[in-house]
Design a protein around this ligand. Structure first.
Ligand code: AP5
Length: 215
């Protein structure tokens, strides 16, 4: 059983590597960013509230995110294992996760992987990121271009840029990461479950390291 937390700054490659993990290990990815973007797209009251924070590169309030993750983890498809991508992001979120796993779900985290990428690389990664509007496959205009140019090479969908992948917002997101999220490595350092991986280099090489940890 793999119940994994994926840590790392924005643009470290958590989404890219999660796609490999869910394919090979048959577990689900729970991306709080994707859940929030879906709510924004639906235009719900909650989505409009979340958008304000996301567009400014800030974190959505802890109580909101904790409630979302608690509901999602109770779904049947999480029973075979899950990747938490983008959660926890603050110490209060990590404490809430500990208690929801122990008290309500009777399970535990098995692996915590932190992908390390320097800030200098993040800007180029995120300004060049594109995502298929339809199937959500991720691309990069330089590092992982679509074989079909401007459209998705799997489904032909339009490739779009995220609203928060503007240079100014990326810098704010990186500050938030350093101020509120990176200390989670300290929080988990005595758990015996934390692996810190160099996230620079070829995605396939990075995945080989991740697969080695999970196998
Ligand atoms: P979220 O969606 O979680 O964004 P993030 O953590 O900032 O991470 P990203 O999705 O930007 O990056 P990634 O690590 O997945 O990188 P990717 O694989 O795409 O959160 C967005 C917002 O939602 C937050 O700012 C916040 O407002 C809110 N939110 C979410 N969770 C929250 C929470 N728990 N609490 C409060 N608020 C929350 O890769 C990036 C690019 O690089 C791609 O183009 C890819 O092709 C390329 N790439 C990947 N690997 C490599 C490589 N090895 N070499 C070169 N390029 C590469």
């Amino acid at each position: 059983m793999i119940n994994m937390i994926f840590l790392g700054p924005p643009g470290a490659g958590k989404g890219t590597q999660s796609a490999n993990i869910i394919r090979d290990f048959n577990i689900v990815q729970i991306s709080t960013g994707d859940i929030l973007r879906a709510a924004v797209k639906e235009g719900t009251e909650f989505g409009l509230m979340a958008k304000k924070y996301m567009d400014e590169g800030k974190l959505v309030p802890d109580d909101v995110i904790i409630g979302i993750v608690k509901d999602r983890l109770q779904a049947d498809d999480c029973k075979n294992g899950f990747i938490l991508d983008g959660f926890p992001r603050t110490i209060p979120q990590a404490i809430a996760l500990d208690s929801m796993l122990k008290d309500s779900l009777n399970t535990e985290i098995t692996h915590i992987i932190s992908l390390e990428v320097p800030d200098e690389d993040i800007l180029e990664r995120l300004t060049g990121r594109r995502t298929c509007e339809n199937c959500k496959k991720g691309f990069h205009i330089k590092f992982a271009p679509s074989a079909k140019g401007d459209v998705c090479d799997e489904c032909g969908g339009k490739l779009i840029q995220r609203d928060d992948d503007k240079e100014e917002t990326i810098k704010k997101r990186l500050n938030v990461y350093h101020e509120q999220t990176s200390m989670l490595k300290d929080y988990y350092k005595n758990s015996g479950k934390l692996s810190i991986i160099d996230g620079t280099g070829e995605p396939d090489e990075i995945y080989t390291k991740i697969k080695g940890i999970l196998s």
